[in-house]
Design a protein around this ligand. Sequence first.
Ligand code: SF4
Ligand code: SF4
Length: 411
Amino acid sequence: MSQHPEVAQRTERFGSLRYHYPTRRLTFARPRATAGRPLTEELRGGLDAPICLTWELTYGCNLACRHCLSSSGRRDPGELSTGECREVIDELARLRVFYVNIGGGEPTIRPDFYDLVDHAVDRGVGVKFSTNGTTITPARAARLAATDYVDVQVSLDGADAATNDAVRGEGSYAAARRAMDHLAAAGFGAFKISVVVTRHNVGQLDALEELAASYGAHLRLTRLRPAGRGADVWGELHPTADQQVALYRWLVERPEVLTGDSFFHLSALGAPLPGLNLCGAGRVVCLIDPVGDVYACPFALHPEFRAGSVRQAGGFAGVWRSADLFRRLRQPAAAGACASCGSYDACQGGCMAAKFFTGLPLEGPDPECVHGHGEAALAAVGPGTAPRPGPGHSRPRAGGEPVAFRGRRKA
Ligand code: SF4
Ligand code: SF4
């Protein structure tokens, strides 16, 4: 496997500590900890460019998943144009961003999607994109298989159609499996199967692992956050306390399963899980939304976490380097009610977005705190007082209500 010269250069620049990044043909390195300064502290202070940059190319989507973090459905008339997207890619290349996570909405419904992927790859910016699989035809799978520095993540939220379609909508399981079949037949290699862990699929992790293995794919698990439409279903779908413990044990035995920063709050149960063990919002993580607004994290689509816009003078780099919000997030965080917890070093108080959208103070326990402090804190949150993510771009129903769900509900 050859390495792109530009990537090799970047790898060299960041030192020799290998950092397993979930991409197909790219190997990245993480910054070398300076003497006497642990890596987590280095990351906490922020980097010159984000390690994990998510770019939601469109709010348009042909599905209407119940937990959609960006409340997607309709395209926004103010979406970045093709020319603007190319300029953003050029800027990311100048910033030497390793790769970009492209999502949405369903990014492949943009007519310029594949041209933008090619543009990024030509500039040496690797692309990992998430898709519901509905548009991945044999021809597109072959095109992807022929493109280096591209990785594909197919979303699937259950090991069978009943479980998956209850969340992602009727027919979505079959569509995702077809996409996987096409990628496998085209010789794409190890794509990712990306699963949002819920109360209803957490018992299917073994089956999902087997499914991934049958394709030679990697399994990637992510946490259900109460963001976007996920705020409406979080109480119903987030794993129970017992399931969280079982999930932790399952993950400890499988360090090869990709999780990003999803489950570091579970590290309070014992040995730390692999992955990023801190909230990287505004430090190493950020989001560019379809209209070019820059947020601290993909799960924090709320004015409180909007740092600026790629359309403003100075572009993305100006926002990343100088936004007041990002400067604040790079300061040491107060532990609040977590200060006396013996697990704080492992858990760091958990996920900022999960706390925010459940109405909890940012300095304090995660709503899924494994010691039960989140539940106690949630009980003190007044009904209807948690910040609302807003209706986003959910498609309106015939009766006028926003569509939060188009599949079958579980009994
Ligand atoms: S807010 Fe949560 S999802 Fe976002 S970077 Fe922090 S821990 Fe990760
Ligand atoms: S009290 Fe805070 S630091 Fe301790 S486990 Fe719970 S969320 Fe984590």
